[in-house]
Write a protein that binds this ligand. Structure first.
Ligand code: AP5
Length: 222
């Protein structure tokens, strides 16, 4: 099975985007990040982007109907039979229900949901030192994965900056939002027998190895 359909779940800053990028390269999947999709909408000053910005800057979730429409459309636009990783979507039970219905209609349900588990203190440290490319959204870290030239993206030469929602006060709100609105999805997917857990506190290579064990159990080969 090559056309894997995966969801990466977990609090902010646990490394979902970092691993989505690694795994999608290895297996030829498309990484669909809800956060990057919204940041792209903001850059284009679209209606969705303009309505999402205030929620994102405050560390709150954008309304379910907005993100669900955007992400179901992104999935529908993929070539038939494509595999993908949903990074950051769904994030509430209503979003998960809407996704389930949408994928049922396409006859292509999710194969596995991976929950990234890390202590809050590590999350705060990682987010505080995260930097992203303002052009292609590639992710760096001043402590763990700095770009070769400070402030310049290795991939596209864009400017590497701190995200507006990576300030310490906003991180606290994002963690609280996760506990209140997203954590219930762990039980939602556990009940469906779809949940796997990875210890995301390890270094990125070790996390990737754990993920490879999860996907090879699904029959995927790199
Ligand atoms: P989004 O962009 O999805 O943010 P997030 O889920 O909060 O996740 P992050 O991007 O913060 O972290 P990550 O887990 O991808 O970690 P990363 O790989 O970067 O969402 C932003 C906002 O958009 C939300 O707050 C909300 O407003 C809105 N939104 C998005 N989706 C929505 C939805 N479905 N519904 C409603 N609203 C939505 O890693 C973090 C750092 O650690 C990096 O610097 C990285 O280099 C480093 N790192 C990664 N792995 C390791 C490791 N193993 N060891 C050391 N460092 C590591």
């Amino acid at each position: 099975m090559q056309a894997l359909r995966l969801i990466f779940l977990g609090p902010p800053g646990t490394g979902k985007g970092t691993q989505a990028s690694r795994l999608s390269r290895r297996f030829g999947l498309t990484a669909l990040s809800s956060g990057d999709t919204l940041r792209n909408e903001i850059r284009q000053q679209s209606e969705v982007g303009l309505s999402a910005k205030a929620y994102m800057d405050a560390g709150k979730l954008v309304p379910d109907e907005v993100i669900t429409g955007v992400m179901l459309l992104a999935i529908a636009r993929l070539p038939a039979g494509s595999g993908y990783i949903l990074d950051g979507f769904p994030r509430t039970v209503p979003q998960a229900e809407a996704l389930e219905l949408g994928l049922e209609a396409r006859g292509a349900p999710i194969h596995r949901v991976v929950d990234f588990v890390v202590a809050d203190q590590v999350i705060v440290e990682r987010i505080a030192s995260r930097r992203v490319c303002s052009n292609c959204f590639a992710t760096y870290n001043t402590r763990f994965f700095p770009p070769a030239v400070a402030g310049v993206c290795d991939k596209c030469g864009g400017e590497v900056v701190q995200r507006a929602d990576d300030r310490e006060d906003v991180i606290v709100t994002r963690l609280a939002t996760y506990r209140a609105q997203t954590a219930p999805l762990v039980e939602f997917y556990e009940r469906r027998g779809l949940l796997s857990t990875v210890d995301a506190a390890q270094d990125a290579d070790a996390v990737e190895q754990e993920l490879l064990r999860v996907v090879s159990a699904l029959g995927a080969k790199a």
